[in-house]
Structure formats: structure tokens, C-alpha cells
Ligand binder design. Structure first.
Ligand code: TYD
Ligand code: MG
Length: 461
């Protein structure tokens, strides 16, 4: 006989309590208790008594039968690639992203393509009514209108329907809106989210249903959000970008069936999300040659990507002045500004500094330092980088003593810059190719800014 009960578990120390407390009785932390369902078998083994299970003979790994996974193509090349070649039957993929980024659009398109390819699909939505989902599907290509839809928030109903319909691929949009009736917490609370994901996982594995689980992540990193599910699912995809901007990136944070190196670039258009196959061409084409602009030869996972980094330095009345970073880490900006002032002879003093990666792309790698430094120096002096018509490209990490350090994959970065005719490419020593190799930030500034634009700062030896 199974008897469902609920307990409250502390997220910090895992202390269990029968009642909810504001403060954990175990570790004293506040607001860490979350409700969880427990199904205890009546009369089970208790305390120090030996467990009643029967031992099983472990199998040598070499004798384990492991068939190759037949992948299901979603019909969206970038998504398939990030998944490692398509969806694996019975796998759970969590797609996280802030509201409005395009999660429902992406998953609707994927299901439409799968349905069109003759797969059985199901779209479960706890967020929108069937009519709203239809309105979206009308704008999308493929067989999006053929997808069977269930607008429901009750977990038991959803599970029963999945079990009865036996889709090959199912979207659950979103994990925060489903509600397990045997838990009292509100939908979206940590306990509920975990329970919902856990029960869907068990059904998906048992029936071989590939599930795309949508989860909202707030800008702050999410409290009762999908982060708690990362260990449960096979694959975690993150959809990034800003709602107002057209470009979005999709990357894998975890993938049991593929690498986590690939990044897909999408553009939100009238007819849904469109893959941007050659993002570098797009970004270089849009790059200006104005003061404060430079092209960064970045690496997005294993893929080189050229993006424009822009800076604006303007007089400020604020104390302290503003330091605004979009698409790069704020702390990296502070560091680069400090090194520029101390070792590069470029002080921005009490001016406001804005740095932006064009197109709403986010670059999280130290190789972006040099681009930030060159863009800020060029903006501060009001002089465009380079001499010819082609935009200047660069990459490299800036060290605290003003040295330029090498970063990963210089060859791929150089090749990508060469493909689009960017020159010069200012890069750390050892980058090869046609790079203008420099050892220090000061030398990089000399290489990038034409002589007339250099100020009277003393030159390094
Ligand atoms: P949506 O997929 O609903 O975002 P999420 O599920 O992540 O909250 O849609 C995001 C935005 O995209 C929405 O504001 C409307 C817009 N959009 C388009 O611009 N074109 C389209 O074809 C569709 C379907 C949506
Ligand atoms: Mg949505």
C-alpha cells in the first residue's frame, strides 16, 4: 500500500520537517523550506534494519547492450546541431529562457516540423489557451496547425493524456504552470516544479517519449525556476538575448548525448524564428566604421563568430559615473577600464562609459577584453580604428599588468576574420596568420589607432 505524504525539505541543508517553518530548524537559514511529495510504502524497512531488496548481479560494462540512439530531426538545423544531431527518444530536454524570448515559438515550430514528417506529437500548454496557441501556429511555417494541443495545468490529467496518446515527442510549456494536486504549494514553487519534472521524467523514460520541457528563467537567475531541474534532465538548453532585439542565441549548458560547445543564432521574424546560418556575415555587414566600433573575433563554443563591439564615452554629471555593459560582463569592463587608465594611457575619468555588443549577442569569454579596450580608446579619442575601409578586428585577454594574453583557437578566429576580409587583426603574440601580433595593451592601441589620433601619452618602451 502506498501512502502519499508531504514533507518540507530545506534547500540548504536538506533537513526534513513535517511542518513548514520560515526558518530551517536544521541550519537556521530563512525561507529555504520547500514542500516535497513522499510516497512511503506502509510497513517498509525502518531505521537500522537491513533493506528488504534483493541483490542484483552487476553487469560488466563491455557486456552491456547499448544501441545507437535513433535521433528525431526537429527540422530546425541549429536546434538539431545543439542537441547533438536531433532529439533522442525518451530524453528530457529543458529549454530555459526569459519570458518573450521565443521558447513557445521554437518548440511549436519543432513540433510542427516533426508532425509534418509523420511523427506523433503533443503540445501541452499550461500558459496559453488552445486559441492563443492556434494564433501563434498560424504565423509559423510547416505543419504547426496539425499539432494536437492540450491546454491544461493539472499534472495528473497531463500525464494520463500523455500515456493515452503516446506521442513520440511532447512539449510541456511550461514546467512552472503545471500543478500536482497532492502538493499544496502553488504552481511554480520549488517543490511543485521538482515534482512535476520528476513525474514527467518517469513517464517519458517508461514510454520512450522525448519531452521538451519549457522553463522560465528570470533575469536574476530564477528562484523557484528550472535551475533545480538541471540534474534531472538529459539536456539543458538556454535561450538568450533581449526581447526587444532580433537576435537570439541558443546554447547547451548540459548535454548527455552531445557536446555543449555549439551555439545557434536565431532571428525573430514575422513568421517565427529563422536560423541565421552565417551570423558573422550579418554582424560584419552591420558594423559601422565610426569611432568606438571594433569587430571582435569571438568563439561561441567551437564556432568562431564575428561581432561588433561598440563603446560610447560621454561627459557625466553623475558621481560615480555610469558604467553600462550590454552583452559583456560588467566586471570585465571595470577591469579593462582600470588597465586602460593605468597601462594604456587612456583614462575615462569621470565620463560615462557604455559598451554594447551589437545585435543583442552575449559574449562570455576573456578574448573580448581587447575589443572592449580598443572600442573605449577609440570612442574616448573620437577616432575610428584602422586606416583603410575594412573594419578592424581583434581578440585577446587583457592582463592586470597591461600585457595581452593569448586565448583559445586563435587559428579559427584568424580564419573567420580573413574570410570577411577584416584587417588588420590585432591579436596576442603567437596568433599566427596575418595577425598584427602585439604583447601589450599599449602596443595594441598603437596598432589600432592611427598616429594622428594618438594623444600625447608617454609611450612604453
Ligand atoms: P514566445 O515564443 O511566446 O516567447 P516565450 O514562450 O519565450 O515567452 O514569443 C516571443 C515573442 O516573439 C512574442 O512577443 C511575439 C514574437 N513573435 C514574432 O515576432 N514572430 C512570430 O512569428 C511569433 C510566433 C512570435
Ligand atoms: Mg511561452
Amino acid at each position: 500500500m502506498a501512502r502519499p505524504t508531504t514533507v518540507f525539505v530545506c534547500a540548504a541543508c536538506a533537513t526534513e520537517s513535517a511542518k513548514w517553518h520560515g526558518q530551517c530548524p536544521g541550519c537556521g537559514a530563512w525561507n529555504t523550506l520547500a514542500e516535497e511529495a513522499r510516497t512511503k510504502a506502509a510497513g517498509g524497512a525502518r531505521g537500522g534494519r537491513a533493506a528488504a531488496g534483493r541483490p542484483v548481479k552487476p553487469v560488466r560494462l563491455a557486456d552491456v547492450r547499448a544501441e545507437g540512439h535513433a535521433r528525431l530531426s526537429t527540422g530546425i538545423g541549429e536546434l538539431d546541431q545543439i542537441l547533438g544531431g536531433g532529439l533522442v527518444p525518451g530524453s528530457l530536454v529543458l529549454i530555459g529562457g526569459s519570458p518573450g524570448i521565443g521558447k513557445s515559438t521554437l518548440t511549436s515550430m519543432a513540433l510542427g516540423n516533426l508532425q509534418g514528417a509523420g511523427r506523433r506529437t503533443l503540445y501541452v500548454s499550461g500558459e496559453e489557451s488552445a486559441a492563443q496557441i492556434r494564433l501563434r501556429a498560424e504565423r509559423l511555417p510547416g505543419a504547426a496547425l496539425e499539432v494536437p494541443v492540450l491546454a491544461e495545468t493539472d499534472l495528473d490529467t497531463v500525464l494520463a493524456t500523455m500515456d493515452a496518446e503516446r506521442p513520440e515527442v511532447c512539449v510541456v510549456d511550461s514546467v512552472q504552470t503545471l500543478h500536482a494536486a497532492d502538493l499544496t504549494g502553488a504552481a511554480g514553487s520549488v517543490g511543485q516544479v521538482r515534482e512535476v519534472a520528476d513525474r514527467i521524467t518517469r513517464l517519458a523514460k517508461a514510454r520512450g517519449i522525448a519531452v521538451l520541457l519549457v522553463g522560465h528563467v528570470t533575469k536574476e537567475g530564477s528562484l523557484a525556476g528550472p535551475r533545480v531541474l538541471e540534474h534531472l534532465v538529459d539536456c539543458v538548453l538556454q535561450f538568450e538575448g533581449e526581447r526587444e532585439r532580433t537576435y537570439r542565441t541558443l546554447r547547451a549548458l548540459k548535454n548527455r548525448f552531445g557536446s555543449t560547445n555549439d551555439v545557434g543564432v536565431f532571428e525573430m521574424r514575422q513568421g517565427g524564428l529563422v536560423e541565421v546560418a552565417d551570423a558573422s556575415a550579418r554582424f560584419v555587414g552591420e558594423a559601422t566604421r565610426a569611432p568606438g566600433s571594433v569587430v571582435l573575433a569571438a568563439m561561441e563554443g567551437s564556432r568562431p563568430l564575428l561581432v561588433e563591439v561598440q563603446a560610447l564615452v560621454s561627459p557625466s554629471e553623475l558621481v560615480p559615473p555610469r558604467r553600462v555593459a550590454n552583452g559583456i560582463d560588467r566586471n570585465r569592463l571595470a577591469l579593462v577600464l582600470a588597465v586602460l587608465a593605468r597601462h594604456g594611457g587612456v583614462g575615462v575619468g569621470s565620463a560615462d562609459v557604455f559598451v554594447n555588443v551589437a545585435g543583442g549577442v552575449r559574449v562570455d569569454e576573456p578574448g573580448a577584453d581587447l575589443a572592449v579596450a580598443l572600442a573605449v580608446a577609440s570612442a574616448q579619442r573620437g577616432v575610428a580604428l584602422g586606416a583603410g575601409d575594412s573594419p578592424v578586428a581583434c581578440f585577446g585577454e587583457v592582463g592586470l599588468t597591461g600585457e595581452l594574453r593569448s586565448v583559445g583557437h586563435p587559428d579559427r578566429r584568424m580564419a573567420e576574420a580573413a574570410k570577411f576580409g577584416l584587417r588588420p587583426v590585432i591579436a596576442p603574440a603567437g596568433s599566427g596568420g596575418a595577425a598584427v601580433e602585439v604583447g601589450t595593451l599599449r602596443a595594441a592601441l598603437r596598432a589600432g589607432l592611427p598616429a594622428s589620433g594618438r594623444d600625447a601619452a608617454p609611450r612604453a618602451a
